[in-house]
Design a protein around this ligand. Structure first.
Ligand SMILES: Cc1cc2nc3c(=O)[nH]c(=O)nc-3n(C[C@H](O)[C@H](O)[C@H](O)COP(=O)(O)OP(=O)(O)OC[C@H]3O[C@@H](n4cnc5c(N)ncnc54)[C@H](O)[C@@H]3O)c2cc1C
Length: 412
């Protein structure tokens, strides 16, 4: 059984590290053999449950991989390492195909305006469809903020092919309730199930597969017998990515501040050149308006508080703001007379959509913005162009570097 905030774990880095430590002995062959089984909300779990922490940056993929490699050979824990880097693949893929995000938002708004769908969507979301496994997963998601990967695949497949609801509304339901809700992984995984990622290859949930991997807790009979292809407006325009190099060197003479958002609340390695101050942006009002569940908001908020506390412990005074971010940045720069701002480059998603305004406030204050990326993202994102298979070929070089000492500069 996995619990986070409200259970025995809280949204703090200490809790995230505890969970990583607890999971690591099973990150090898046990994970490889058992990870596809979903024993339900109150059953055993052979997966890590690390995703909410990784999503917010309380843990990074590299440190999870490093921890697994400290207990297992690369061969033994390869499956776990690859799953960790599926997330990096999805994030890189969306950076390279950013029009998918714009198209998703546009189509979601269109289908949400369609009154004829409202009742069926509400029935599905509240778990009243009569398909027992689906109804149980809908309730589990809302109650816990989590679903096993296999349950997510079955759920999405039933949503699209049995209930015939638009995939965008299912993706929106997931993003509103998943503690690990991530724009890239979620949108692209729904597209993968719908057969839009690998054209024509949809994922069809089957009774026998569900019965096998839930150990007969469920064996639904109301599933679709075939995946009717989903169509979308071609072509998706692909714009060139904007991927910054990592690490970056900050001039020692400069007065610099560290800016971060809940896109990535990790603390990079500042080396011996620490920022004077930090500013944390958390869009609580935007989330409430967008219908993000209160438990997701609370989880992210407490993660941000935790990062703020850890920065303060490093002697870096930090302020957390919830709205009017552009104005808050101008005040922060002026109060501390900062000439340089270092910030994780925002991923495609809501923060990136707001980024022009934020960049404009920094520029209007006369400060220089230095964006940076985690090194494995800078290395790997350019290779997330097509399928996971060619991307995967790049991973052994990453495992090697993960086990080497940290590089100099502001990095990870
Ligand atoms: C329709 C659908 C929607 C999804 N939406 C999200 C989402 O919004 N956010 C999210 O983090 N994951 C999402 N996933 C991927 C996956 O289901 C979760 O990452 C995983 O279930 C998290 O549980 P865990 O930490 O116990 O995973 P573990 O099996 O322990 O894996 C370890 C880590 O690897 C990464 N990972 C594992 N499986 C995947 C995967 N298939 N794709 C990408 N990364 C993976 C996660 O960071 C995870 O924490 C989605 C999958 C599907 C099919």
């Amino acid at each position: 059984m996995i619990t986070w905030d409200g259970g025995s774990n809280t949204a703090a880095r200490s809790a995230a590290l505890e969970r990583l430590d607890y999971f690591c002995p099973r990150a090898g062959l046990v994970y490889h053999k058992c990870r596809n089984y979903d024993y339900g909300q109150n059953g055993d779990a052979y997966v890590s449950g690390l995703s909410p922490y990784i999503r917010i940056g309380l843990l990074t993929e590299a440190e999870c991989a490093r921890a697994a490699l400290s207990k297992h050979s690369e061969h033994q824990c390869r499956k776990f390492l690859e799953e960790l880097f599926w997330r990096v693949y999805w994030k890189g893929y969306l950076e390279n195909h950013r029009a998918i995000w714009d198209q998703y938002k546009r189509d979601l708004n269109l289908v949400l305006e369609d009154d004829s769908l409202t009742r069926d969507i509400a029935t599905a979301e509240s778990g009243r469809t009569g398909i027992d496994c689906f109804d149980s997963w809908a309730k589990e998601l809302v109650e816990t903020g989590y679903l096993h990967n296999h349950a997510r695949m079955w759920f999405a497949s039933i949503w699209i092919f049995a209930l015939k609801l638009p995939w965008q509304t299912g993706a929106h339901f997931f993003l509103s309730h998943l503690l690990d809700g991530d724009v890239a992984t979620n949108t692209l995984s729904w597209r993968w199930v719908a057969g839009l990622h690998t054209k024509g290859k949809a994922y069809l949930a089957s009774r026998s597969n569900i019965a096998k991997y839930t150990e007969n807790r469920f064996a639904p009979t109301q599933l679709a017998s075939k995946a009717v292809p989903i169509t979308e407006d071609p072509p998706l325009q692909t714009l060139s990515p904007r991927i910054q190099a990592a690490p970056i060197e900050i001039d020692r003479e400069s007065k610099y501040g560290f800016l971060f958002t809940d896109d990535d609340a990790s603390i990079p390695n500042f080396g011996d050149n620490r920022p004077q101050t930090a500013l944390a942006l958390f869009p609580e009002t935007r989330y409430t308006r967008a219908g993000i569940s209160q438990s997701v908001i609370d989880f992210r908020r407490s993660s941000m508080d935790d990062t703020v506390g850890r920065l303060e412990n490093l002697g870096i005074s930090t302020v957390l703001v919830f709205q009017n971010h552009a104005n808050a940045i101008v005040d922060w720069i002026s109060n501390h007379q900062l000439d340089t701002i270092a910030c994780h480059q925002p991923y495609i998603g809501d923060w990136n959509d707001e980024w022009n305004e934020i960049e404009a406030s920094i520029a209007s204050s006369g400060s220089k913005l230095r964006l940076f990326r985690r090194w494995w993202e800078a290395d790997l994102f350019p290779h997330a162009q097509k399928g996971f298979f060619p991307f995967k070929k790049r991973l052994p070089a990453v495992w090697e570097r993960i086990q080497s000492p940290l590089v100099a500069g502001l990095s990870y």
